[in-house]
Design a protein. Structure first.
Length: 274
């Protein structure tokens, strides 16, 4: 259970496998354990570097001035790569990890070899999505943490595998959850052009149960990045790393190894011409 001191905090991380380094950035409220569905496929050929970013897992929970800040986490991650002597890595981010991966690639493009952004948004998808977030924050503030988790798991009532992975990887308490959910959204659509590396954008197609159009969010990111490929999964949503783990793993490895993405009946693939 290694930890390194970076940017005024202790960052816990786990690593598996040997080969070219890949930085895995987990979703909000989760930890490195959410990458269990990727262990076998990636550790055979890559060095998986899986940190718990600030506020999560066994890493430092405190933020400067007590305010949850995505950009502080980005600086943590940059310093983490420096501490490990990693100056060029592939990066995979899912959900909030996708936002952090994108912000890292915008601010420090020289560190990124290839980038995978899954189930992420570069801006609030709609005005209604902001309302949904505000209402859910208010409701969550009134409920016990266990009840909040059980409510979130209802999105996966037909997917016990995803439920198991998410429950096993949850790593924050109610205070941190509310701090994270009420923090300013790190809008960055107008900065996506700064990304220099090849990018694979992955997302669910269409609206999920909250009414938020995940496909629209993925397409917005895709439309604003050069050298991008888009994969939209029908009847799936955040996190694709569990809900469509086999295709998710296959596509990313093909992308890393410069192979064409294979066709699947339930996945729409688009690629910008060079």
């Amino acid at each position: 259970m290694p930890k390194v001191a970076v940017n005024g905090m202790l960052m816990h991380y786990e690593s598996k496998g040997k080969g070219s380094p890949v930085l895995f950035l987990h979703g909000s409220g989760s930890s490195w354990r959410m990458w269990e569905p990727q262990f076998e496929a990636f550790s055979e050929r890559y060095s998986m570097i899986m940190p718990d970013y600030r506020g999560h897992g066994d890493s430092t929970k405190e933020f400067p001035e007590g305010k949850y800040d995505h950009y502080v986490i980005v600086e943590d991650l940059k310093c983490f790569l420096d501490e490990l002597g990693l100056n060029k890595v592939h990066v995979i981010g899912v959900s909030q990890g996708g936002q952090l991966a994108t912000l890292l690639a915008i601010r420090y493009p020289q560190y990124i070899d290839k980038l995978v952004i899954s189930n992420s948004y570069s801006e609030m998808p709609t005005v209604a999505a902001g309302w949904v977030l505000s209402i859910s924050n208010f409701i969550f503030s009134l409920l016990p943490y266990r009840t909040i988790v059980n409510l979130m798991m209802k999105f996966y009532k037909d997917d016990p595998y995803t439920q198991r992975i998410l429950r096993n990887s949850f790593s924050i308490d109610k205070k941190m959850l509310l701090a994270m959910k009420t923090a300013p959204f790190p809008a960055h659509t107008n900065e996506l052009y700064r990304i220099q590396s090849p990018v694979l954008v992955m997302g669910g197609e269409g609206k999920i149960m909250t009414g938020i159009d995940e496909g629209k969010g993925s397409r917005t990111i895709y439309n604003h990045i050069n050298h991008a490929t888009l994969a939209l999964f029908r009847d799936a949503y955040d996190p694709l790393s569990t809900m469509r783990r086999d295709i998710f793993n296959e596509m990313i490895i093909d992308f890393f190894e410069d192979r064409p993405l294979r066709a699947h009946n339930d996945v729409v693939i688009e690629r910008k011409q060079s």
